[in-house]
Design a protein around this ligand. Structure first.
Ligand code: PGA
Length: 227
């Protein structure tokens, strides 16, 4: 079964550092067995285009995702990046991360509208949900496959320990009960590193990991990919 590793760089790196990390990662991964892992880089939007050329050199291929998309399809919205601009460069869009919900007042309604736009423009949504309440408020078109759900309790971000596997599985179960038959893939996020990733990846019901600060160092990301 394919396991997805999403590297969420957040608001880090300049162009030189971004290119440097990706090139270093490629050197580290040459000839290595990744045991059916798929890497998706989520760099700041300004690096998506320069990184596209670099990620195409990987074998197996590495994909790109945006860390967010605009709430609007296009038009007079200064500073925003629309799904249709990202489409063709990135495959995925991270939506509803708790940092956006908190610092930019993104409500579940806003997140749902972004999911709708992603699905319309054929970007795969990776929707972060931090609580059963946010799960309850989720809306999407279940006919469009896949929808990636990242269970990430904000209190576990940058904390140094991950949630208990049983708690993650219990969330997965709740999501399956709430939206039966939906085309979900389940990702766990929050303090994932090269030491705790193995146990999480060993669990069948977890399809992958969202990796924050650990993904900023190619050597640490490489260790997760080789597990
Ligand atoms: P962390 O961040 O891995 O640094 O805890 C995860 C995230 O917020 O996506």
């Amino acid at each position: 079964m394919t396991k997805y590793i999403f590297a969420n760089w957040k608001e880090n790196k300049n162009l030189e550092e971004a290119l440097g990390e990706v090139r270093q990662l490629r050197r580290l991964l040459v000839g290595k067995n990744l045991f059916q892992k798929k890497l998706v880089l989520l760099p700041p939007a300004v690096f998506l285009v320069p990184l596209l050329k670099e990620v195409r050199k990987f074998d197996p291929p590495v994909e790109l995702g945006a860390q967010d998309i605009s709430l609007f399809r296009e038009g007079a919205h200064t500073g925003e990046i629309a799904a249709r601009m990202v489409r063709g460069i990135a495959t995925y869009a991270l939506l509803g991360h708790s940092e956006r919900r908190k610092s930019f007042n993104e409500t579940s309604e806003v997140v749902n509208q972004k999911i709708k736009i992603c699905q319309e423009f054929h970007l795969i949504p990776l929707v972060c949900l931090g609580s059963p309440k946010e799960l309850e408020e989720l809306r999407f078109d279940s006919r469009i496959d896949p929808v990636f759900i990242c269970y990430e309790d904000p209190s576990f971000i940058g904390r140094g320990e991950v949630k208990k596997v049983e708690e993650i599985i219990s969330f997965v179960r709740k999501a399956r009960e709430r939206f039966p038959g939906s085309p979900f893939r389940f990702i766990y996020g929050g303090s994932v590193d090269e030491k705790n990733a193995g146990a999480l990846l060993a669990e069948d019901r977890i399809d992958g990991l969202l990796v924050g600060h650990t993904s900023l160092a190619a050597s640490r990301l490489e260790q997760i990919l080789r597990l």
